[in-house]
Design a protein around this ligand. Structure first.
Ligand code: OSB
Ligand code: MG
Length: 371
């Protein structure tokens, strides 16, 4: 089978609520959407790249360049009967790194193949769960009272796991305040690399809070200091930013630098690497969960399919649509199953959602079609 035309869309979506992490505030979420057309079918995927190279080294501009000038031209006309065929195309063989650019194109091809076969994407990935356990990720808030009100609101809405962003000066106190009011809620913290190994005594003070895990406390490119930090703690450390490849995951597992891994399909370069990391962790007895990047309904649908695999045993950062966007670009929107803090995996062909192209056009800053 052949792909004859590929579209790139750069969009910017207004968030319902500004999202603050240790590296800054976002009020609008950019993304690159990829649509692959061939055999009368269209496959979609989303690259949740940022405007700034803060979470990852890539930006909308670098991902656009790598897609348009290298990855896409090599895939047009290249025979594809299974996802693995992508990797023999000239662009994928050549390009080093640029995982978020690769993920968008690879994942659009997975969606395209699943739609051609008329099966839900999860079947092709090997996932069986029909509901995925989820939580909510709460950004840094201006005040402690504001944070507690937000936590309260999400718990009342049915979320069974709360993750809060932390940074130096906003760590122990907010976590203790939440724990005091919610003694049994599944609670965790994400530092997005804001601390150093010298801060280990601070993390030891987290231990009585019984956190599910501490996500990416140290350097975005570090594994070895995380191993050292883990040796001082009972609370599991989870790696996010530091894991880009199955090789990174092997190293982290070998050094006991991560007792949990957050798999973000964009960060690891697409479903093939995500599956490889899932399998490595399963073999090592290390649980995984699916991270989020404030995706639109396109990226979140893909995440739900991935998180339906068996070793995704911890709640994933996939929340209901109304937590991110007033109007999303794909239908149907996602709602929380409040009885068990899950979201159902959409059961249509491919990612199981329909892209609203008129809305994509409304939020679009740039479009390009390559034949
Ligand atoms: O570190 O997990 C992160 C959003 C943008 C960049 C990094 C992160 C996040 C989130 C959002 O935590 C989770 C979600 O999409 O709900
Ligand atoms: Mg994170």
């Amino acid at each position: 089978m052949k792909i004859d035309r590929i579209e790139l869309h750069h969009i910017s979506m207004p968030l319902v609520h500004p999202f603050e992490t240790s590296f800054g505030v976002e009020t609008n979420r950019p993304a690159i959407l990829v649509a692959v057309h061939g055999e009368g079918i269209t496959g979609w995927a989303e690259s949740p790249v940022g405007d700034r190279p803060d979470y990852s080294a890539e930006t909308v501009v670098t991902a656009w360049h790598v897609l348009k000038d290298f990855l896409v031209p090599g895939l047009l006309g290249h025979p594809i009967d299974a996802p693995a065929d992508i990797f023999s195309s000239p662009g994928f063989k050549m390009v080093r790194g640029h995982n978020m650019a690769k993920a968008a194109l690879e994942n659009a091809v997975w969606d395209w193949l699943a739609r051609i076969k008329n099966v839900p994407l999860q079947k092709m990935l090997g996932g069986e769960k029909t509901r995925v356990e989820v939580g909510v990720s709460i950004g840094i808030q201006p005040t402690l009272t504001g944070l507690l009100a937000r936590v309260e609101k999400f718990i009342a809405a049915g979320y069974g796991r709360i993750k809060v962003k932390i940074k130096p000066g906003w760590e122990l106190e907010p976590l203790m305040a939440i724990r005091r009011e919610h003694p049994t809620i599944k609670l965790m913290a994400d530092a997005n690399s804001a601390f150093g190994i010298a801060d280990y005594p601070l993390f030891q003070r987290f231990e009585p809070l019984n956190l599910l895990m501490i996500e990416q406390p140290l350097g975005y490119d570090d594994i070895i200091d995380h191993a050292e930090l883990q040796s001082h703690l009972k609370t599991p450390i989870c790696l996010d930013e530091s894991i880009h490849t199955p090789g990174d995951a092997r190293l982290a597992l070998k050094l006991d630098a991560a007792r949990v891994i957050n798999i973000k399909v964009a960060r690891v370069g697409g479903f093939s690497n995500a599956l490889a990391i899932h399998n490595l962790c399963a073999a090592a007895g290390v649980p995984v969960w699916c991270g989020g990047m404030l995706e639109t309904g396109i990226g979140r649908a893909a995440n739900l399919h991935l998180a339906s695999l068996p070793n995704f045993v911890l709640p994933s950062d996939i929340s209901a649509t109304d937590r991110y966007y007033r109007r999303d670009i794909a239908e149907p929107v996602f709602t929380l199953n409040t009885e068990d803090s899950t979201i159902s995996v959409p059961q249509g062909a491919g990612i199981g959602v329909t892209v609203d192209e008129a809305r994509v056009a409304e939020y679009r800053l740039r479009r390009e079609e390559i034949r």
